[in-house]
Write a protein that binds this ligand. Structure first.
Ligand code: NAG
Ligand code: NAG
Ligand code: NAG
Length: 338
């Protein structure tokens, strides 16, 4: 998904959940989150940002990389990193979004130092809903070029295409696998990790991830988009995030995840609705944003901002600014060194 309205309905999400609910119990049993209390305070290196450029990004970005941020990485749906000083300390995951600029995307990514590459944004989804509508056969055909990214001393790790979290997605992956073995008899389409999207309640998330984990038991899993869309209330979205973070942090086969909603409420995606937004209309953290940033344990509260908006509590605003200055200083020193 990205900017546009999304065609998936609440009903299909619901069907999906009942369909996959049976695996949930098994998953929860298997994973046995031993460090559940760690929850949101100890995400290790897993937590990231699904970054969407808006007219406020330039002023809003830096909060996510400030102070004791738990954010370690981001993706932008693009092949190249964004031009933002504060984000240079975050790891970037380039994406081959579709087949449209395949050769150019591969060239760009080959020239980057970043290690992990995401492939194909919801290839089973219609373009009107932010998907890329790619035939499994065509994706398999392109894999001959994509897989070369893994070669050499600085070979990259590449993801399985990130489908929608739905039976369609699973079917697409099965057809893709068949095409891959048809075309490449000895190897199929090699990949290093699984990328997943989920929009819906926590139980559905755990169930969908469990299905993928059963299908690819020896691969790490990245959740590269997730949220609880409208008509969920803010409280419901917070509850879903809270449960999901605890689960994702404690599950050892989940390597990384990124919430969908690093935008302001008034710039929110139409389909998800504004309750998923990490930032309010001033560019300051919402309650949800503060939760995602690790809350008070890491020095973040609702209302904290990058200094671009009008809100923001004093203490954190100062530390954000101090951090911004040290970033500038480090960058200047860095530039001066070369
Ligand atoms: C939290 O995580 C750390 C590092 O993964 C671990 O050492 C610690 O025991 C965990 N604490 C709890 C309460 O699970
Ligand atoms: C992919 O297809 C191969 C060959 O038919 C099969 O052995 C394998 O189990 C399939 N893998 C998945 C994940 O479906
Ligand atoms: C998150 O869940 C924990 C218990 O698992 C609870 O103590 C805490 O209040 C919850 N926070 C939010 C914002 O829902």
């Amino acid at each position: 998904m990205r900017y546009t309205n999304h065609p998936r309905t609440g009903a299909s999400v619901h069907n999906m959940q009942s369909l996959l609910l049976q695996t949930l119990a098994a998953v929860l049993l298997l994973t046995r989150p031993t460090a559940a209390q760690n929850g949101t305070d100890n995400p290790g290196t897993k937590r990231g940002i699904s970054w969407i450029g808006t007219k406020s990004s330039a002023t809003d970005n830096s909060i996510f990389a400030s102070g004791k941020t738990p954010i370690t990485w981001y993706k932008s749906w693009g092949a190249g990193p964004i031009q933002d000083q504060s984000f240079t300390k975050l790891d970037f995951a380039p994406m081959i979004h579709s087949l449209e600029n395949l050769d150019q995307d591969i060239r760009v990514i080959n020239g980057l130092r970043y290690e992990n590459v995401l492939t194909f944004n919801e290839p089973d989804g219609a373009t009107s809903g932010g998907g890329t509508n790619i035939e499994p056969e065509d994706a398999a055909e392109a894999w001959a070029d994509i897989v070369k990214l893994r070669e050499g001393k600085n070979g990259k790790k590449i993801s399985l295409p990130a489908t929608t979290g739905s039976p369609n997605g699973l079917e697409w992956l099965q057809k893709f696998n068949e095409s891959c073995w048809d075309k490449y008899e000895d190897t199929g389409c090699e990949f290093d990790f699984v990328a997943a999207h989920w929009y819906g309640a926590f139980e559905g998330l755990a169930s969908w991830l469990g299905t993928l984990h059963e299908t690819y038991p020896d691969k790490d899993l990245w959740v590269t988009e997730m949220a609880l869309p409208q008509p969920a209330t803010k409280e419901e979205v917070q509850g879903m995030m809270n449960q999901s973070l605890a689960f994702l942090d404690a599950t050892d086969w989940v390597a990384r995840y990124a919430w969908f909603g690093a935008f302001r409420e008034d710039e929110a995606n139409d389909w998800t609705g504004d309750a998923v937004a990490l930032l309010d209309d001033d560019g300051d953290l919402t309650e949800l944003g503060a939760l995602y940033m690790g809350g008070e344990a890491r020095g973040f509260e609702a209302g904290d901002g990058s200094g671009g908006g009008s809100g923001g509590s004093q203490g954190s605003a100062v530390s954000v600014r101090a951090c911004w200055w040290s970033t500038v200083l480090v960058s200047v020193v860095f530039v001066a060194m070369f």
